[in-house]
Design a protein around this ligand. Structure first.
Ligand code: ZN
Length: 451
Protein backbone atom coordinates (compact mmCIF):
# COMPACT_ATOMS: atom_id res chain seq x y z
CA UNK A 1 0.00 0.00 0.00
CA UNK A 2 1.37 3.44 -0.92
CA UNK A 3 2.36 5.50 2.11
CA UNK A 4 0.07 8.38 1.22
CA UNK A 5 -3.11 6.34 1.76
CA UNK A 6 -4.45 6.40 5.31
CA UNK A 7 -5.77 3.02 6.30
CA UNK A 8 -7.27 3.34 9.75
CA UNK A 9 -10.22 5.20 11.11
CA UNK A 10 -10.09 8.08 13.55
CA UNK A 11 -11.40 8.68 17.05
CA UNK A 12 -11.80 12.37 16.43
CA UNK A 13 -12.83 14.15 13.30
CA UNK A 14 -9.87 15.92 11.79
CA UNK A 15 -7.23 13.61 13.12
CA UNK A 16 -5.39 11.81 10.38
CA UNK A 17 -5.77 8.10 10.89
CA UNK A 18 -2.72 5.95 11.01
CA UNK A 19 -2.17 2.23 10.97
CA UNK A 20 -2.11 1.87 14.76
CA UNK A 21 -5.26 3.83 15.61
CA UNK A 22 -7.33 0.68 15.86
CA UNK A 23 -11.08 0.27 15.74
CA UNK A 24 -13.52 3.10 15.19
CA UNK A 25 -15.27 4.58 18.23
CA UNK A 26 -18.16 2.77 19.89
CA UNK A 27 -21.55 3.85 18.74
CA UNK A 28 -23.00 6.66 20.86
CA UNK A 29 -26.12 5.84 22.90
CA UNK A 30 -28.26 7.84 20.55
CA UNK A 31 -27.83 6.91 16.93
CA UNK A 32 -27.34 10.57 16.08
CA UNK A 33 -24.84 13.23 17.12
CA UNK A 34 -26.16 16.14 19.23
CA UNK A 35 -25.79 18.63 16.43
CA UNK A 36 -27.21 17.72 13.07
CA UNK A 37 -24.59 18.27 10.45
CA UNK A 38 -26.73 19.34 7.49
CA UNK A 39 -23.79 19.68 5.20
CA UNK A 40 -20.02 20.09 5.20
CA UNK A 41 -17.63 22.52 3.55
CA UNK A 42 -14.10 22.16 2.23
CA UNK A 43 -11.63 23.39 4.83
CA UNK A 44 -14.16 23.07 7.66
CA UNK A 45 -12.67 21.82 10.93
CA UNK A 46 -11.95 18.12 10.55
CA UNK A 47 -13.11 17.82 6.96
CA UNK A 48 -10.45 15.69 5.37
CA UNK A 49 -11.70 13.38 2.60
CA UNK A 50 -9.84 10.14 1.99
CA UNK A 51 -7.86 10.73 -1.22
CA UNK A 52 -9.71 9.55 -4.31
CA UNK A 53 -8.20 9.79 -7.75
CA UNK A 54 -10.73 8.65 -10.36
CA UNK A 55 -9.01 6.90 -13.26
CA UNK A 56 -5.86 5.95 -11.31
CA UNK A 57 -3.91 2.91 -12.50
CA UNK A 58 -5.20 0.49 -9.87
CA UNK A 59 -7.64 0.28 -6.98
CA UNK A 60 -5.15 1.09 -4.24
CA UNK A 61 -3.83 4.22 -5.93
CA UNK A 62 -7.40 5.21 -6.86
CA UNK A 63 -8.54 4.93 -3.24
CA UNK A 64 -11.73 3.53 -1.67
CA UNK A 65 -15.16 5.11 -2.11
CA UNK A 66 -16.15 6.33 1.36
CA UNK A 67 -19.83 7.25 1.60
CA UNK A 68 -20.90 6.37 5.16
CA UNK A 69 -22.08 9.20 7.43
CA UNK A 70 -21.16 7.23 10.53
CA UNK A 71 -19.76 9.78 13.03
CA UNK A 72 -16.29 8.26 12.73
CA UNK A 73 -16.29 8.74 8.96
CA UNK A 74 -18.56 11.71 8.36
CA UNK A 75 -15.78 14.19 7.74
CA UNK A 76 -13.61 11.73 5.88
CA UNK A 77 -16.18 10.89 3.23
CA UNK A 78 -15.08 11.29 -0.36
CA UNK A 79 -18.44 10.49 -1.94
CA UNK A 80 -21.94 12.00 -1.67
CA UNK A 81 -25.12 9.96 -1.49
CA UNK A 82 -25.44 6.46 -0.07
CA UNK A 83 -24.74 2.91 -1.18
CA UNK A 84 -27.55 0.75 -2.52
CA UNK A 85 -29.09 3.11 -5.06
CA UNK A 86 -32.83 3.40 -4.38
CA UNK A 87 -32.51 0.75 -1.66
CA UNK A 88 -30.62 3.23 0.52
CA UNK A 89 -34.09 4.40 1.62
CA UNK A 90 -35.04 0.90 2.84
CA UNK A 91 -31.73 0.77 4.69
CA UNK A 92 -32.67 4.03 6.43
CA UNK A 93 -36.11 2.61 7.26
CA UNK A 94 -34.55 -0.50 8.80
CA UNK A 95 -32.43 1.74 11.04
CA UNK A 96 -35.41 3.96 11.93
CA UNK A 97 -37.44 0.85 12.82
CA UNK A 98 -34.67 -0.36 15.10
CA UNK A 99 -33.99 -3.49 13.07
CA UNK A 100 -30.50 -2.43 12.05
CA UNK A 101 -27.88 -0.79 14.27
CA UNK A 102 -26.40 2.40 12.81
CA UNK A 103 -22.90 1.01 13.11
CA UNK A 104 -23.67 -2.35 11.49
CA UNK A 105 -20.72 -3.67 9.49
CA UNK A 106 -21.33 -6.49 7.00
CA UNK A 107 -19.42 -9.77 7.21
CA UNK A 108 -18.04 -10.18 3.68
CA UNK A 109 -16.65 -13.67 4.26
CA UNK A 110 -17.14 -15.84 1.12
CA UNK A 111 -18.82 -13.04 -0.87
CA UNK A 112 -15.98 -12.72 -3.37
CA UNK A 113 -16.73 -12.91 -7.13
CA UNK A 114 -17.24 -16.34 -8.73
CA UNK A 115 -15.18 -15.14 -11.67
CA UNK A 116 -12.17 -12.88 -11.43
CA UNK A 117 -12.68 -10.44 -14.31
CA UNK A 118 -9.28 -9.32 -15.58
CA UNK A 119 -8.59 -5.62 -15.19
CA UNK A 120 -9.22 -3.77 -18.46
CA UNK A 121 -7.43 -0.58 -19.62
CA UNK A 122 -10.79 1.24 -19.31
CA UNK A 123 -10.81 0.67 -15.54
CA UNK A 124 -8.10 3.28 -15.23
CA UNK A 125 -9.42 5.62 -17.91
CA UNK A 126 -11.38 8.50 -16.33
CA UNK A 127 -13.18 9.15 -19.63
CA UNK A 128 -14.31 5.62 -20.41
CA UNK A 129 -15.94 4.71 -17.10
CA UNK A 130 -17.81 7.51 -15.32
CA UNK A 131 -20.97 5.90 -13.93
CA UNK A 132 -19.78 2.82 -12.01
CA UNK A 133 -16.89 1.99 -9.71
CA UNK A 134 -14.61 -0.26 -11.80
CA UNK A 135 -13.21 -1.74 -8.57
CA UNK A 136 -16.63 -1.96 -6.90
CA UNK A 137 -16.62 -5.78 -7.03
CA UNK A 138 -13.23 -6.14 -5.44
CA UNK A 139 -13.17 -3.82 -2.45
CA UNK A 140 -12.94 -6.62 0.10
CA UNK A 141 -9.59 -7.66 -1.36
CA UNK A 142 -8.32 -4.25 -2.46
CA UNK A 143 -9.21 -2.37 0.72
CA UNK A 144 -8.89 -5.15 3.27
CA UNK A 145 -6.60 -3.02 5.43
CA UNK A 146 -9.36 -0.41 5.78
CA UNK A 147 -12.06 -3.00 6.51
CA UNK A 148 -9.85 -4.76 9.07
CA UNK A 149 -9.68 -1.64 11.23
CA UNK A 150 -13.37 -0.88 11.00
CA UNK A 151 -13.97 1.38 8.02
CA UNK A 152 -17.48 1.00 6.60
CA UNK A 153 -16.86 0.36 2.92
CA UNK A 154 -19.35 -1.44 0.69
CA UNK A 155 -19.03 -3.24 -2.64
CA UNK A 156 -21.06 -1.55 -5.40
CA UNK A 157 -20.80 -4.59 -7.67
CA UNK A 158 -21.22 -8.32 -7.09
CA UNK A 159 -20.50 -11.29 -9.34
CA UNK A 160 -22.22 -14.65 -8.99
CA UNK A 161 -23.40 -17.63 -11.04
CA UNK A 162 -26.78 -19.29 -11.39
CA UNK A 163 -29.01 -21.59 -13.38
CA UNK A 164 -31.98 -19.95 -15.08
CA UNK A 165 -35.05 -21.23 -16.87
CA UNK A 166 -37.15 -19.22 -19.29
CA UNK A 167 -40.31 -20.57 -20.95
CA UNK A 168 -39.18 -19.43 -24.41
CA UNK A 169 -35.81 -21.17 -24.04
CA UNK A 170 -37.47 -24.31 -22.69
CA UNK A 171 -39.67 -24.31 -25.83
CA UNK A 172 -36.73 -23.69 -28.16
CA UNK A 173 -34.88 -26.62 -26.56
CA UNK A 174 -37.90 -28.94 -26.79
CA UNK A 175 -38.35 -28.00 -30.46
CA UNK A 176 -34.69 -28.62 -31.19
CA UNK A 177 -33.81 -25.00 -32.05
CA UNK A 178 -31.30 -24.92 -29.18
CA UNK A 179 -29.25 -27.97 -28.41
CA UNK A 180 -28.46 -29.38 -24.98
CA UNK A 181 -24.68 -29.18 -24.67
CA UNK A 182 -24.46 -30.08 -20.97
CA UNK A 183 -22.40 -27.02 -20.17
CA UNK A 184 -24.31 -23.88 -21.20
CA UNK A 185 -27.70 -25.48 -21.73
CA UNK A 186 -27.55 -28.08 -19.02
CA UNK A 187 -30.49 -30.36 -19.75
CA UNK A 188 -33.59 -30.92 -21.87
CA UNK A 189 -35.68 -28.85 -19.44
CA UNK A 190 -33.84 -25.84 -20.79
CA UNK A 191 -31.81 -25.01 -17.69
CA UNK A 192 -29.14 -22.50 -18.64
CA UNK A 193 -25.95 -21.66 -16.75
CA UNK A 194 -25.18 -17.99 -16.43
CA UNK A 195 -22.65 -15.66 -14.80
CA UNK A 196 -24.28 -12.54 -13.39
CA UNK A 197 -22.85 -9.15 -12.47
CA UNK A 198 -24.96 -6.70 -10.45
CA UNK A 199 -23.88 -3.07 -10.63
CA UNK A 200 -24.99 -0.07 -8.61
CA UNK A 201 -24.41 3.39 -10.03
CA UNK A 202 -21.38 5.36 -8.82
CA UNK A 203 -21.04 8.63 -10.69
CA UNK A 204 -17.87 10.58 -11.29
CA UNK A 205 -19.54 13.94 -11.79
CA UNK A 206 -17.00 15.64 -14.11
CA UNK A 207 -17.20 12.63 -16.45
CA UNK A 208 -21.01 12.40 -16.29
CA UNK A 209 -21.30 16.13 -17.05
CA UNK A 210 -19.00 15.74 -20.03
CA UNK A 211 -21.06 12.87 -21.47
CA UNK A 212 -24.17 15.05 -21.35
CA UNK A 213 -22.38 18.09 -22.74
CA UNK A 214 -23.10 20.26 -19.69
CA UNK A 215 -20.75 21.86 -17.18
CA UNK A 216 -20.30 20.19 -13.82
CA UNK A 217 -21.83 23.14 -11.94
CA UNK A 218 -25.06 22.90 -13.93
CA UNK A 219 -25.25 19.15 -13.37
CA UNK A 220 -24.69 19.56 -9.60
CA UNK A 221 -27.23 22.36 -9.24
CA UNK A 222 -29.86 20.48 -11.24
CA UNK A 223 -29.37 17.25 -9.29
CA UNK A 224 -29.60 19.22 -6.03
CA UNK A 225 -32.75 21.17 -6.95
CA UNK A 226 -34.65 18.29 -8.51
CA UNK A 227 -34.05 15.81 -5.71
CA UNK A 228 -35.82 18.18 -3.33
CA UNK A 229 -32.51 19.55 -2.06
CA UNK A 230 -31.61 16.11 -0.70
CA UNK A 231 -27.89 16.29 -1.39
CA UNK A 232 -26.62 19.73 -0.27
CA UNK A 233 -22.99 18.66 -0.64
CA UNK A 234 -23.52 18.71 -4.39
CA UNK A 235 -23.39 22.48 -3.85
CA UNK A 236 -21.17 22.93 -0.78
CA UNK A 237 -18.48 20.35 -1.60
CA UNK A 238 -17.15 20.96 -5.11
CA UNK A 239 -14.05 19.04 -3.98
CA UNK A 240 -16.12 15.82 -3.75
CA UNK A 241 -16.41 14.46 -7.26
CA UNK A 242 -18.23 11.16 -6.66
CA UNK A 243 -22.00 10.85 -6.17
CA UNK A 244 -23.97 7.66 -5.45
CA UNK A 245 -27.35 8.47 -7.02
CA UNK A 246 -30.58 6.97 -5.61
CA UNK A 247 -31.46 5.14 -8.82
CA UNK A 248 -31.51 1.59 -10.12
CA UNK A 249 -28.46 -0.10 -11.56
CA UNK A 250 -28.00 -2.91 -14.03
CA UNK A 251 -27.36 -6.65 -14.26
CA UNK A 252 -25.08 -8.38 -16.76
CA UNK A 253 -26.01 -11.92 -17.81
CA UNK A 254 -23.12 -13.77 -19.43
CA UNK A 255 -23.69 -17.01 -21.34
CA UNK A 256 -20.68 -19.23 -21.88
CA UNK A 257 -17.26 -18.83 -20.25
CA UNK A 258 -16.98 -15.25 -18.90
CA UNK A 259 -13.32 -15.01 -19.95
CA UNK A 260 -14.47 -14.94 -23.57
CA UNK A 261 -16.36 -11.66 -23.20
CA UNK A 262 -13.27 -9.49 -23.55
CA UNK A 263 -11.65 -11.73 -26.17
CA UNK A 264 -11.67 -9.88 -29.51
CA UNK A 265 -11.00 -13.11 -31.36
CA UNK A 266 -14.35 -14.68 -30.57
CA UNK A 267 -17.77 -13.53 -31.72
CA UNK A 268 -20.06 -11.62 -29.37
CA UNK A 269 -23.86 -11.40 -29.44
CA UNK A 270 -25.18 -8.66 -27.18
CA UNK A 271 -28.52 -7.28 -26.10
CA UNK A 272 -28.91 -4.09 -24.07
CA UNK A 273 -32.37 -4.30 -22.48
CA UNK A 274 -34.15 -1.59 -20.52
CA UNK A 275 -36.60 -2.80 -17.90
CA UNK A 276 -40.27 -3.18 -18.79
CA UNK A 277 -41.77 -5.05 -15.86
CA UNK A 278 -45.25 -5.36 -17.41
CA UNK A 279 -43.90 -7.23 -20.42
CA UNK A 280 -40.62 -8.72 -19.13
CA UNK A 281 -42.23 -10.46 -16.16
CA UNK A 282 -46.01 -10.29 -16.59
CA UNK A 283 -46.03 -10.64 -20.40
CA UNK A 284 -48.37 -7.80 -21.29
CA UNK A 285 -48.65 -7.80 -25.08
CA UNK A 286 -48.65 -4.03 -25.70
CA UNK A 287 -44.91 -3.93 -26.47
CA UNK A 288 -42.11 -6.11 -27.80
CA UNK A 289 -39.95 -6.07 -24.64
CA UNK A 290 -40.29 -9.65 -23.40
CA UNK A 291 -40.16 -11.22 -26.88
CA UNK A 292 -37.03 -9.22 -27.75
CA UNK A 293 -35.45 -10.09 -24.39
CA UNK A 294 -36.16 -13.80 -24.94
CA UNK A 295 -34.79 -13.55 -28.49
CA UNK A 296 -31.68 -11.82 -27.12
CA UNK A 297 -31.13 -14.59 -24.56
CA UNK A 298 -31.68 -17.27 -27.22
CA UNK A 299 -29.15 -15.70 -29.60
CA UNK A 300 -26.68 -15.12 -26.75
CA UNK A 301 -26.90 -18.82 -25.85
CA UNK A 302 -26.40 -19.88 -29.48
CA UNK A 303 -23.36 -17.63 -29.90
CA UNK A 304 -21.82 -19.08 -26.72
CA UNK A 305 -22.54 -22.62 -27.92
CA UNK A 306 -20.72 -21.82 -31.17
CA UNK A 307 -17.56 -20.95 -29.25
CA UNK A 308 -18.31 -17.24 -28.91
CA UNK A 309 -19.86 -15.23 -26.15
CA UNK A 310 -23.38 -14.04 -25.40
CA UNK A 311 -24.23 -11.12 -23.12
CA UNK A 312 -27.56 -9.59 -22.07
CA UNK A 313 -27.44 -6.43 -19.98
CA UNK A 314 -30.58 -5.47 -18.09
CA UNK A 315 -30.92 -1.83 -17.04
CA UNK A 316 -33.42 -0.68 -14.39
CA UNK A 317 -34.93 2.07 -16.53
CA UNK A 318 -38.61 1.22 -16.33
CA UNK A 319 -40.85 2.72 -18.98
CA UNK A 320 -38.06 4.57 -20.80
CA UNK A 321 -36.95 5.76 -17.35
CA UNK A 322 -40.25 7.59 -16.92
CA UNK A 323 -41.57 5.01 -14.44
CA UNK A 324 -44.71 2.91 -14.45
CA UNK A 325 -47.13 5.62 -13.33
CA UNK A 326 -46.32 7.79 -16.34
CA UNK A 327 -46.31 4.69 -18.51
CA UNK A 328 -49.84 3.70 -17.53
CA UNK A 329 -51.09 7.28 -17.94
CA UNK A 330 -49.71 7.12 -21.47
CA UNK A 331 -51.40 3.75 -22.07
CA UNK A 332 -54.74 5.27 -21.07
CA UNK A 333 -54.24 8.33 -23.25
CA UNK A 334 -53.36 6.06 -26.16
CA UNK A 335 -56.30 3.72 -25.76
CA UNK A 336 -58.85 6.52 -25.22
CA UNK A 337 -57.41 8.73 -27.94
CA UNK A 338 -57.43 6.16 -30.72
CA UNK A 339 -54.29 4.07 -30.44
CA UNK A 340 -52.54 4.70 -33.75
CA UNK A 341 -48.82 4.51 -34.43
CA UNK A 342 -48.58 8.06 -35.82
CA UNK A 343 -49.57 9.44 -32.37
CA UNK A 344 -47.48 6.98 -30.36
CA UNK A 345 -44.69 9.34 -29.30
CA UNK A 346 -47.00 12.35 -29.01
CA UNK A 347 -48.96 10.61 -26.23
CA UNK A 348 -45.80 10.24 -24.17
CA UNK A 349 -44.59 13.76 -24.92
CA UNK A 350 -47.93 15.23 -23.83
CA UNK A 351 -47.62 13.64 -20.38
CA UNK A 352 -43.88 13.38 -19.72
CA UNK A 353 -42.67 16.36 -21.75
CA UNK A 354 -40.18 14.13 -23.55
CA UNK A 355 -40.51 10.80 -25.31
CA UNK A 356 -37.62 9.12 -23.55
CA UNK A 357 -35.44 9.74 -20.47
CA UNK A 358 -33.14 6.76 -20.76
CA UNK A 359 -30.19 8.81 -21.97
CA UNK A 360 -27.96 6.05 -23.27
CA UNK A 361 -24.82 8.20 -22.84
CA UNK A 362 -23.73 6.35 -19.67
CA UNK A 363 -24.80 2.89 -20.84
CA UNK A 364 -21.54 1.94 -22.65
CA UNK A 365 -19.56 2.16 -19.37
CA UNK A 366 -20.39 -1.45 -18.57
CA UNK A 367 -19.20 -2.55 -22.02
CA UNK A 368 -15.87 -0.84 -21.34
CA UNK A 369 -15.73 -2.51 -17.94
CA UNK A 370 -16.25 -5.93 -19.53
CA UNK A 371 -13.49 -5.18 -22.05
CA UNK A 372 -15.82 -5.29 -25.07
CA UNK A 373 -14.23 -3.66 -28.12
CA UNK A 374 -16.61 -4.87 -30.82
CA UNK A 375 -20.06 -6.40 -31.05
CA UNK A 376 -20.61 -8.94 -33.81
CA UNK A 377 -24.38 -9.17 -33.41
CA UNK A 378 -26.21 -6.30 -31.70
CA UNK A 379 -29.65 -7.59 -30.74
CA UNK A 380 -31.35 -4.21 -30.66
CA UNK A 381 -33.03 -1.88 -33.11
CA UNK A 382 -32.53 1.25 -30.98
CA UNK A 383 -30.64 4.00 -32.76
CA UNK A 384 -29.93 5.68 -29.40
CA UNK A 385 -28.20 2.59 -28.02
CA UNK A 386 -26.32 2.08 -31.28
CA UNK A 387 -25.11 5.67 -31.47
CA UNK A 388 -24.03 5.77 -27.81
CA UNK A 389 -21.97 2.58 -28.20
CA UNK A 390 -20.34 3.67 -31.45
CA UNK A 391 -19.58 7.12 -29.96
CA UNK A 392 -17.55 5.30 -27.31
CA UNK A 393 -15.36 3.67 -29.96
CA UNK A 394 -16.98 0.21 -29.79
CA UNK A 395 -17.72 -1.25 -33.22
CA UNK A 396 -21.08 -2.81 -34.09
CA UNK A 397 -20.71 -5.21 -37.00
CA UNK A 398 -24.31 -6.36 -37.43
CA UNK A 399 -27.67 -5.13 -36.10
CA UNK A 400 -30.35 -7.77 -35.64
CA UNK A 401 -34.02 -6.72 -35.47
CA UNK A 402 -36.62 -8.74 -33.59
CA UNK A 403 -38.04 -11.42 -35.95
CA UNK A 404 -41.46 -10.45 -37.32
CA UNK A 405 -43.13 -13.58 -35.98
CA UNK A 406 -42.17 -12.63 -32.40
CA UNK A 407 -43.96 -9.27 -32.51
CA UNK A 408 -47.33 -9.41 -30.66
CA UNK A 409 -50.20 -7.94 -32.71
CA UNK A 410 -51.03 -5.19 -30.19
CA UNK A 411 -47.40 -4.05 -30.09
CA UNK A 412 -47.32 -3.10 -33.79
CA UNK A 413 -48.21 0.46 -32.76
CA UNK A 414 -45.03 0.72 -30.70
CA UNK A 415 -42.61 -1.03 -33.02
CA UNK A 416 -43.82 0.64 -36.22
CA UNK A 417 -43.70 4.09 -34.59
CA UNK A 418 -40.16 3.41 -33.38
CA UNK A 419 -39.04 2.24 -36.80
CA UNK A 420 -40.51 5.39 -38.35
CA UNK A 421 -38.62 7.46 -35.75
CA UNK A 422 -35.26 5.93 -36.67
CA UNK A 423 -35.11 2.45 -35.16
CA UNK A 424 -33.09 0.04 -37.25
CA UNK A 425 -34.99 -2.41 -39.42
CA UNK A 426 -34.35 -4.74 -42.30
CA UNK A 427 -38.11 -4.74 -42.95
CA UNK A 428 -40.68 -2.12 -43.86
CA UNK A 429 -40.40 1.50 -42.78
CA UNK A 430 -43.81 3.15 -42.57
CA UNK A 431 -44.72 6.71 -43.56
CA UNK A 432 -46.74 8.86 -41.15
CA UNK A 433 -49.83 8.29 -43.31
CA UNK A 434 -49.37 4.56 -43.10
CA UNK A 435 -48.73 4.77 -39.36
CA UNK A 436 -52.15 6.34 -38.90
CA UNK A 437 -53.55 3.00 -40.10
CA UNK A 438 -51.57 0.94 -37.57
CA UNK A 439 -54.02 0.65 -34.73
CA UNK A 440 -53.80 -1.05 -31.34
CA UNK A 441 -56.48 -3.06 -29.61
CA UNK A 442 -59.29 -0.94 -28.17
CA UNK A 443 -61.00 -1.34 -24.81
CA UNK A 444 -64.50 -1.88 -26.20
CA UNK A 445 -64.81 -5.46 -25.03
CA UNK A 446 -63.45 -4.61 -21.59
CA UNK A 447 -66.00 -1.83 -21.16
CA UNK A 448 -68.77 -4.20 -22.17
CA UNK A 449 -67.68 -6.52 -19.40
CA UNK A 450 -67.74 -3.85 -16.71
CA UNK A 451 -71.18 -2.47 -17.67
ZN1 ZN B 1 -42.31 -2.89 -22.90
Amino acid sequence: MPESIPIATTQEPGVHPSEDVGSPPKSPKSQFSKHILLTTYPGQNGVDPVPLQWGAADAKSRGPIVASRHPSQLKRRNAMGAHGGSYSIYNALAIAAGDLPTDFKPDFNNTEPTFDFPQQPAWSDPKKIVSLDPFGHDIVKQFKSYLDVGWDLRPSMAITRANMRLAEIEKAVSEGQIEVDGSIVVDKNGDVRVTKVAVEPVWYLPGVAERFGVDEGTLRRTLFEHTGGSYPELITRPDLKVFLPPIGGLTVYIFGPPERVSDENVRLALRIHDECNGSDVFQSDICTCRPYLAFGIQEAIKEAQNGGSGVVIYFRKEGRALGEVVKYLVYNARKRGGDTADKYFLRTENIAGVRDMRFQALMPDILHWLGIKKIDRMLSMSNMKHDAIVAQGIKILERVPIPEEMIPQDSRVEIDAKINAGYFTTGKKFTMEELAQVKGRGWEKWEDVTH
